[in-house]
Design a protein around this ligand. Sequence first.
Ligand code: GFB
Length: 310
Amino acid sequence: MNKTSRIYIAGHTGLVGSALLRRLEDDGYSNLIVRKHSETDLTRQSEVEAFLKAERPEYVFLAAAKVGGIWANNAYPAEFIYSNLAVQTNIIHASYVFNVKKLLFLGSSCIYPKHCLQPMKEEYLLSGYLEPTNEPYAIAKIAGIKMCESYNRQYGTHFISVIPTNLYGPNDNFDLETSHVLPAMIRKFYEAKAAGRKEVEVWGTGKPRREFLHVDDLSDACVYLMNNYDGNEVINIGVGEDLTIRELSELIYSIVEFEGKLRFDTSKPDGTPVKRLDVSKLNSIGWKATISLERGIEETYRWYLKNSVF
Ligand code: GFB
């Protein structure tokens, strides 16, 4: 990409899309193309083709997706598989039709098998059955990866796929039902402290392990890979370290300075026991995460206090 390349960021209002927009603007890319859902419904093929025909982007960051935490994935399986399949299929195919030079598709680490060898190497994809709570979403994401690979093989396109670990940061979803664990924890501890409550509920046993990457690190890695990676294999993006949900809760507990007790609600699902990415491939081509979990959570908490929408 050069600074005047026509770059389309699909999903620019979300956690990942807004971080990509910030990053590309900061890097001086001046020809950024974005569309609100009200302007172009990405689930409608004709609208996507009309938009790409008119705008002719050279590069596409496919960050448009229906995402959510364990509860949302489990509660809305039809929406998760349909909207992700529709949006990614329309954009990937239209990018081929209108000669997009390069496209970056974002998957998620939940595509690896539920009981995958750890840390999870790219070649472990499709080596076992998926975590049931997010299987519809994971199947859609795997279809997107295979679509990119297939278009590269048949048409010689340059569509790369990246597999990020669990993400967090500014502009995240803080809804207590549909969000991921980290923003939910920040809001729960903050609201309990503000209300003088003595207890915060944590879903599950607290034993599952998760890896977290700040979304500004992710956007940095995506811009780096768009400029420096052209392989037909997926590539993991993470930090390579994880912690238990109990340890995460205790870290956020101290950052928010809550003084009550944790109560674990084991009626809620734990999901995948552990999902740590192997990031040696990414590190070997010269990229490494820089934002520590503690600093990242502190920044996100400050962002939440400043922008809390509730
Ligand atoms: O972040 P999370 O919803 O997604 O949950 P997954 C991670 C762990 O945190 C689970 C526990 O074991 C939850 O039970 N947890 C504890 C909580 N308290 C809470 C809470 O208040 N809210 C939430 N949300 N979790 C998702 C996939 O799995 O990971 C998605 O379903 C996607 O498709 C995403 O891949 C990155 O890590 O379990």
